[in-house]
Design a binder for this molecule. Structure first.
Ligand code: CP
Length: 315
């Protein structure tokens, strides 16, 4: 199959075949990062703009590294020092970046749907780097890529997602991606952190961490997003660690080869202990490394489509 979308907005909108195409493309790009000269000319002459309205380390840096490995020019816009501070709207910012002849905008925004809205107004590609509580598609793609690399398949795996499901764009993207690829997904958290009706996304719900870990081939442990806790609904940190935190003791009762993932940044001693985060089952830093190949694949695929649409228009 060939890729036909100019944007990557969420895994909800992708078919199983499209997910597999991104993963296969990422696999072919991964080797480039181990070369002495870590660069190919695939996006030479293209400009990628990172437009981040929220803080980020992993996503912003790995999109920049990915674009540079493909020989694109990269511009990072820190909204704190841009005209956003003077009240410019998201659409105006986007159309101005398009007028400056950028080819791809990678956007992180605190509002759910911000990337979708921008994509509707622009002819150039838009890649969602996390929007509110909606989706974080490239995070889920790198989670899935890492899990597949580790276990050899996704179909039939038992994957438990533990933590703040209610406020997590990573959880939503992981659920869409994993279920489309045939994994059996369980979500585990206190009642207050599980959105009502989540079962309709094809997942099992438990509030018991030992049950979530019992038959799991992998656990993806989510960050407690204390900065979003405006109504102080989150459980006490120590209480949470006691009831849901991933410890060596809990890991010993799970499958021996259980894969432990976390999208980062980790709250050590809250979602998991340092022994687990840095232990033999953890693939957390491999996830970060794989983010480069996955984001290279996404930038490459969407840029090709935006290009062919431009050609259709001019001929
Ligand atoms: N996982 C993730 O999105 O991390 P950053 O916020 O550092 O980009």
């Amino acid at each position: 199959m060939s890729w036909t979308k100019k944007d990557l907005l969420g895994l909800e909108y992708l078919s199983k075949e499209e997910l597999e195409l991104i993963l296969a493309t990422a696999e072919s790009f991964k080797e480039i990062s181990s070369r002495e000269i870590k660069k190919v000319p695939a996006l030479r002459g293209k400009t990628v703009v990172n437009l981040f309205y929220e803080p980020s380390t992993r996503t912003r840096v790995s999109f920049e590294v990915a674009a540079k490995r493909l020989s694109a020019d990269v511009i990072n816009i820190a909204t704190e020092t841009s005209s956003v501070k003077k009240g410019e709207t998201l659409i105006d910012t986007g159309t101005n970046i398009q007028a400056l002849k950028a080819d791809v905008i990678v956007i992180r925004h605190n509002y759910s749907g911000a990337a979708n809205m921008l994509a509707r107004h622009l002819d150039i590609s838009v890649v969602n780097a996390g929007d509110g509580w909606h989706e974080h598609p490239t995070q889920a793609l790198l989670d899935i890529f890492t899990l597949k690399e580790k276990v050899g398949k996704i179909e039939g795996l038992n994957v438990s997602i533990v933590g703040d499901i209610a406020h997590s764009r990573v959880a939503r993207s992981d659920i869409w991606g994993l279920t489309k690829l045939g994994a059996k997904v369980t979500v585990c958290a206190p009642k207050i952190l599980i959105p009502e009706g989540i079962e309709h996304m094809g997942v099992r719900v438990t509030h018991n961490i030992d049950e979530a870990m019992r038959n799991a081939d992998a656990i993806n442990v989510l960050r407690m997003q204390f900065e979003r806790d405006e109504k102080a609904v989150f459980p006490q940190q120590l209480e949470y660690f006691k009831t849901y935190g991933i410890t060596l003791e809990r890991l010993e009762k799970a499958k021996k080869d259980i894969v432990v993932m976390h999208p980062g940044p980790i709250n050590r001693g809250i979602e998991m202990s340092s022994e687990v985060a840095d232990g033999k089952n953890s693939v957390i830093l491999e996830q970060v490394t794989n983010g480069i190949a996955v984001r290279m694949a996404v930038l490459f695929l969407v840029a090709q489509v935006a290009d062919s649409k431009k050609n259709e228009f001019t001929h």
